[in-house]
Design a protein around this ligand. Structure first.
Ligand code: 4AZ
Length: 262
């Protein structure tokens, strides 16, 4: 019986210590990317990154077949195939052994693309040899309207910056964000065009793609719904990420994905 108050006091001390530790560690300590967490290409075998010849990761992408990668046009515009390689199955950018690195032999960018804010920010890369160990992701079809409904939770993936103006991530990160209605996204951005763009993010911000995540996938219902395209800062309130609306390019994308060369 006399133990009870002692247990109570012990609990109080433990709680106090736990509270002090919690307060000492900044809330952002385990918040990676802008609100993301570590992920594995084992679970997302379709996600890849684009690297320059010196190995620098500059964008993301999605395997749409064993030899085709869907990415953003702004990632590859002005570059020749020989300047780009695709890295698959490598969670850790610093690993020299994980996954595979494959040269690109063809680059198709949407013929109407000029800059990301004007839309059509979509490109397809043809690989010099097939990637077989990493299963591709189906793209959204012309019937996938309902997949883009407001508040649908979508997963974004990438090796991009972990904060606005910060460094890119050494590891693959993922985050879940709700799709934003067209009217709300139009309120956020005058350049938003719901015909070929889609927005995702929380009104309060905090979870978002960032520089270096461009070209990477936004996935829901087992389909590629979006391609990370642009935004204003990263994770700002009422500034969701803007993605290329993959569904709008279904016919052109399928044509590219099916043809052996661009
Ligand atoms: C970029 O430039 C980029 N906050 C990607 C995503 C967002 C902004 C910019 C969205 O790669």
């Amino acid at each position: 019986m006399r133990d009870k108050p002692r247990i109570g006091r012990l609990l109080a001390v433990v709680c106090l210590l736990a509270g002090m530790i919690a307060a000492a560690v900044p809330a952002s300590a385990d918040v990676r990317i802008v609100g993301g967490t570590k992920a594995s290409t084992d679970d997302y075998p379709f996600v890849v990154y684009l690297a320059s010849t010196d190995g620098f990761q500059f964008c993301g992408g999605t395997l749409a077949s064993s030899i085709k990668v869907v990415t953003a046009a702004h990632c590859v515009k002005g570059q020749t195939a020989g300047e780009i390689s695709v890295v698959a199955g490598r969670d850790d950018k610093k690993s020299k052994t994980e996954g595979v690195e494959v040269p690109v032999k063809g680059v198709w960018t949407h013929p109407k693309y000029t800059d990301a804010l004007a839309g059509h920010d979509v490109a397809v890369l043809t690989l010099a040899k097939p990637i077989t160990r990493y299963s591709p992701l189906p793209i959204a079809t012309s019937n996938d309207h309902s997949a883009y409904e407001q508040d649908t939770m979508a997963t974004i993936l990438g090796w991009g910056r972990t904060a606005s103006g910060g460094q890119t991530s050494q590891y693959l990160l993922k985050a879940d964000v709700p799709i934003v209605s067209d009217s709300s996204c139009s309120d956020s951005f005058t350049k938003y065009n719901s015909n070929w763009m889609v927005c995702a993010g929380y009104p309060q911000g905090g979870i978002d793609g960032c520089q270096g995540d461009s070209g990477g996938p936004m996935v829901a219902h087992g389909r590629l719904l979006g391609i990370s395209s642009w935004g204003e800062g990263c994770g700002l309130p009422n500034k969701p990420g803007v993605y290329t609306r993959v569904m709008a390019y279904y016919t052109e994308l399928m044509q590219q994905i099916k043809t052996p060369l661009p």
